[in-house]
Design a protein around this ligand. Structure first.
Ligand code: VG1
Ligand code: CO
Length: 476
């Protein structure tokens, strides 16, 4: 059996294989030991879960273990998006939170995200400690029968909470709901059967806008695909937008509500990189909120171009929102983003928030009266076009070996473009002429390798991706 390992965001595994009750208990015990070591037992830990199978059951199991360790806890009364949990940590000044979630992974997965008291995803120095403690405990501890869940609730060692309203009130400070309601824009929302059900539609309705919602019930099978708001998984929303011309925008969120997916009028999916660019541009240009941008190593350089135009700094991080969350928590940036559809902004949670990102796009489209494509064109006119894409390849031990080997010897050019520089923060990023780049890395959440590329034209982008693929896999 594999060791317990925290990846890009949390520990994840296939249910019944890696994600088993014994291993869950051991991870919770390791987190309890961490909190004890940090002297945080009294502050209390928030425990939530997503819409996957038996989420509430795991939550109850976790609070029982915490209480046996003398740790107070707050258990959520229903599924709770990761950004909502993040806000609740800060609001309550809690010791942190765990959320039982495998985020955007397919239905056979579950997992645990741990966020410490600063509210963002735990950084490697924290997860490494928890991980090694958990592996030490594995097979070594037996969990004695603890007090029943009912008893610890009665004795107030555990408090049942619903953090949704406080989070929604906070959103009202960040989004111009008056402008959205005044426009009476018609939108469609797809929470993908996931945890963010009852957030975007609820707040818009409270503010006077009725919306169409699909996949608005809990389905642990996510309708047969992964709750990852990419084009392939949003077919139904896309066809609604194609057929119903009155619908001007579609917004989706992933399994745990921290990623967004945007579909423009006519059913055109817009990649997250472009959404990050229009939001950053809007904040700087239309809202006049000046400040830097934080982006992962794999994310579009359009953000750098926009920042340059407004004389603002750019912070480049490894992949994972934990690094960007830190920049937000320290007030260093106006916007932080990842190409995988992660975003948060100044004064908001140091965690990616798909609900916030979706509502920002609704605000921009309503206020500016433009389609998303036109907003992208505006940015391209201002800073020049950049096209990007990412390809995933399922990993086998053989491919993994080959991947590592290949990256030891980088050619002098890709697709006829000269290699100018190379960085190895997380995988290998190769800088080419004409502002193009390629990145090769192994995923920390799924069994795949990823190849990312960006170029000034769609043709060059395709040539680059082809040559990158050929470099790894040959002519197969
Ligand atoms: C992926 C994304 C990364 C994101 C992470 C967690 O990681 O690339 O940008 O922060 O998932 O997203 P990786 O290592 O698989 O490429 V979520 O929505 O699962 O918390
Ligand atoms: Co997620």
């Amino acid at each position: 059996m594999n060791q317990i390992k925290f990846g890009t965001s949390g520990w994840r595994g296939i249910i019944g294989e890696e994600f088993t009750l014994e291993r869950v208990r051991v991870v919770i015990q390791a987190i309890a030991d961490y909190l004890t070591r940090e002297g945080l037992r009294e502050k209390g830990l928030i425990v939530g879960h997503d819409s996957r199978f038996m989420g509430e059951w795991y939550s109850k199991e976790a609070v029982k273990i915490l209480s046996a360790n003398g740790i107070k806890s707050y258990i959520t009364s229903r599924e709770t998006p990761t950004p909502v949990i993040s806000y609740e940590i800060l609001r309550r000044k809690a010791a942190g939170a765990i959320n039982f979630t495998a985020s955007h992974n397919p239905p056979e997965y579950n997992g645990i995200k741990f966020s410490p008291q600063w509210g963002g995803p735990a950084l490697p120095e924290t997860t490494k400690w928890i991980e090694s403690r958990a592996n030490e405990l594995l097979g070594q501890v037996t969990f004695k029968e603890s007090l029943s869940y009912e008893k610890i609730v009665k004795e107030k060692i555990v408090e049942v909470i619903d953090p949704s309203q406080n989070y929604i009130d906070k959103l009202k400070e960040k989004i111009d709901f008056k402008a959205i309601a005044a426009s009476q824009i018609k939108i469609i929302i797809d929470p993908m059967y996931g945890t963010a059900r009852g957030y975007i539609d609820r707040v818009l309705e409270e503010e006077g806008l009725k919306c169409k919602v699909i996949h608005d019930f809990r389905d642990p099978y996510f309708g047969g695909s992964a709750p990852d708001p990419m084009e392939n998984n949003l077919k139904e929303m896309i066809s609604w937008l194609k057929e119903e011309k009155k619908l001007l925008l579609g917004v989706a969120t992933d399994g745990d509500g921290d990623r967004f997916g945007i579909v423009d009028r006519g059913g055109i999916f817009i990649i997250p990189n472009l959404i990050l660019a229009i939001i950053y541009y809007y904040l700087l240009k239309n809202k006049g909120i000046l400040g830097g941008v934080g982006r992962s190593y794999a994310t579009t350089h359009l953000l750098d171009r926009i920042a340059r135009k407004f004389n603002q700094p750019v912070y480049e991080t490894p992949v994972g929102f934990k690094y960007i969350g830190e920049l937000i928590a320290n007030g260093k940036i106006v916007l932080g983003g990842e190409e995988s559809a992660g975003l948060s902004i100044y004064g908001h949670v140091p965690e990616k928030d798909g609900i916030l990102a979706a509502l920002l796009v609704v605000e921009i489209v309503s206020k500016r009266g433009l389609s998303v494509i036109d907003l992208v064109k505006e940015v391209f006119q201002e800073v020049g076009p950049l096209y990007s894409d990412r390809k995933n390849f399922l990993i086998t031990p053989e491919i993994k070996e080959r991947f590592k080997e290949k990256l030891l010897n980088i050619p002098r050019s890709f697709g006829g473009l000269k290699v100018i520089d190379k960085k190895e923060i997380d995988g290998v990023k190769i800088y080419l002429e004409k502002d193009c780049w390629l990145l090769f890395r192994e995923s920390g959440t799924e069994p795949v390798i990823r190849i990312y590329a960006e170029a000034e034209s769609k043709d060059t982008l395709n040539v680059l991706l082809e040559s990158a693929k050929k470099f790894i896999f040959g002519d197969e």
